[in-house]
Design a binder for this molecule. Structure first.
Ligand code: HEC
Ligand code: HEC
Ligand code: HEC
Ligand code: HEC
Ligand code: HEC
Length: 267
């Protein structure tokens, strides 16, 4: 569980770095030994190929960039080659989308190179079962980047959450008649999760050096947060609705007690 707490902390650090000037300093300081980064970061793309530049920026601001996960980890290619053609190699999609290393049905396995446990949970979901039904866009299952923008955390701010929910609506709406109630339901779950996580992090910080919040209680809620995310990746919607509601109520209760100076006990 130490790991989970460290991770929560890590997320905060990363957000701090991402909004600060850390990346701009390191990346624009000069040529790196990575041709993908050197070329794709060129500012001229802001005017000549805005979309291309946006993809670069999404990576640059992500946890992945901070952790040293770079373009070739997901896209393949040769970052030692300076010219576009040999750097891209054969894994570029060119005119044929299905050749892309990040063709939609390959994405879970690309992420699964590192996020084994999460992808294992995802593979229990209905989305995975429907992933390769590629005849109609709305009949495919969603994948990792439906919610995660190249590894930006969904719950790290208010900017990505509406994006994730808007993506659900592409397939879950009244026209497709594929569970049109899902976007509204998941919104409630994600909001509760984010709030519960925020309260938890604040309480951990405030009660670092006193014994009003016993280790056992801290561990219990850290576990609850993790299992909520596991069930979310497995798409157990009924379960995450119930669990997120319980967890948020419990976190508010703990906060209320501590504010009144009542020590929280293990039962
Ligand atoms: C010298 C410049 C240059 C280098 C080096 C370069 N790229 Fe590109 N890349 C581009 C440009 C320009 C495009 C836009 C499409 C085009 O012109 O082919 C592009 C397009 C892409 C695309 C999206 C389009 C597609 O066809 O898949 C990906 C993904 C990509 N590059 C990844 C990489 C990776 C990974 C590396 C390093 C191994 C890399 N690039 C190295 C300039 C470069
Ligand atoms: C963690 C994995 C990951 C990393 C690291 C990553 N990408 Fe991507 N990238 C993806 C995925 C997945 C997609 C396709 C999904 C999407 O469109 O959002 C994508 C899409 C793209 C596209 C658009 C492709 C198209 O079809 O037009 C470009 C360009 C691109 N990435 C460039 C880069 C460059 C350059 C880097 C490094 C600076 C990089 N990516 C790092 C996962 C990654
Ligand atoms: C080469 C290994 C690697 C690959 C491939 C990879 N990741 Fe990651 N990812 C990491 C590491 C390392 C971290 C930071 C430590 C952690 O949270 O586990 C991370 C963190 C994350 C986070 C958490 C961000 C946060 O705020 O804590 C998300 C979300 C994520 N990755 C999504 C993805 C998705 C989606 C893909 C596929 C498109 C992917 N990753 C591919 C290594 C990888
Ligand atoms: C329904 C939306 C959704 C989908 C689809 C989704 N995730 Fe997540 N994911 C979340 C949420 C919400 C979190 C919790 C974010 C947080 O704590 O900030 C999360 C957390 C993560 C984390 C961080 C976990 C940790 O222990 O801190 C990683 C890594 C990750 N997801 C990877 C993936 C990968 C890989 C896929 C595809 C197999 C995927 N996600 C699909 C919503 C989603
Ligand atoms: C690209 C299309 C697509 C997107 C985007 C999409 N879904 Fe789905 N979803 C599907 C398909 C297809 C099914 C399976 C439908 C069926 O069972 O007939 C499904 C099923 C589900 C189910 C299972 C319902 C049940 O009771 O079995 C849940 C929950 C779900 N989606 C949640 C989400 C959420 C949350 C999002 C947004 C983060 C999302 N979906 C985005 C296509 C999509």
């Amino acid at each position: 569980m130490k790991k989970t707490r460290k991770k929560l902390f890590l997320t905060e650090c990363v957000i701090f770095f991402a909004v600060g000037s850390f990346f701009t300093l390191t990346v624009s300081a000069g040529a790196t030994d990575n041709s993908c980064v050197d070329c794709h970061s060129k500012r001229e793309f802001i005017t000549t190929n805005k979309k291309l530049y946006t993809y670069y920026q999404r990576w640059e601001k992500s946890v992945h960039a901070h952790e040293g996960v770079t373009c070739i980890d997901c896209h393949a290619g040769d970052p030692a080659k300076a010219d576009k053609k040999s750097a891209h190699g054969l894994d570029r999609k060119g005119d044929n989308v299905t050749l892309s290393a990040v063709y939609y049905s390959r994405i879970p396995d690309v992420c699964g190179k590192c996020h084994h446990a999460i992808v294992a949970n995802y593979k229990k979901s209905k989305h995975y079962q429907y992933l390769t039904k590629d005849d109609l866009l709305e009949m495919r299952g969603a994948n990792c980047v439906t919610c995660h923008d190249m590894g930006m955390s969904v719950a790290d701010g208010n900017n990505l959450m509406p994006k994730a929910i808007a993506s659900c609506k592409i397939c879950h709406n009244y026209k497709t008649r594929n569970y049109p109630d899902i976007p509204a339901r998941i919104q409630v779950v994600l909001q509760r999760y984010a709030e519960a996580k925020r309260i938890y992090s604040n309480l951990i910080t405030q009660h670092q050096n006193d014994n009003k919040l016993p280790q056992q209680i801290k561990r219990r809620y850290a576990n609850s947060l993790v299992s909520l995310v596991d069930n979310l990746h497995a798409l157990r919607l009924d379960k995450v609705e119930t669990d997120s509601s319980r967890l948020l109520a419990a976190m508010k209760d703990v906060r209320k007690k501590l504010r009144k100076g009542i020590a929280v006990k293990c039962d």
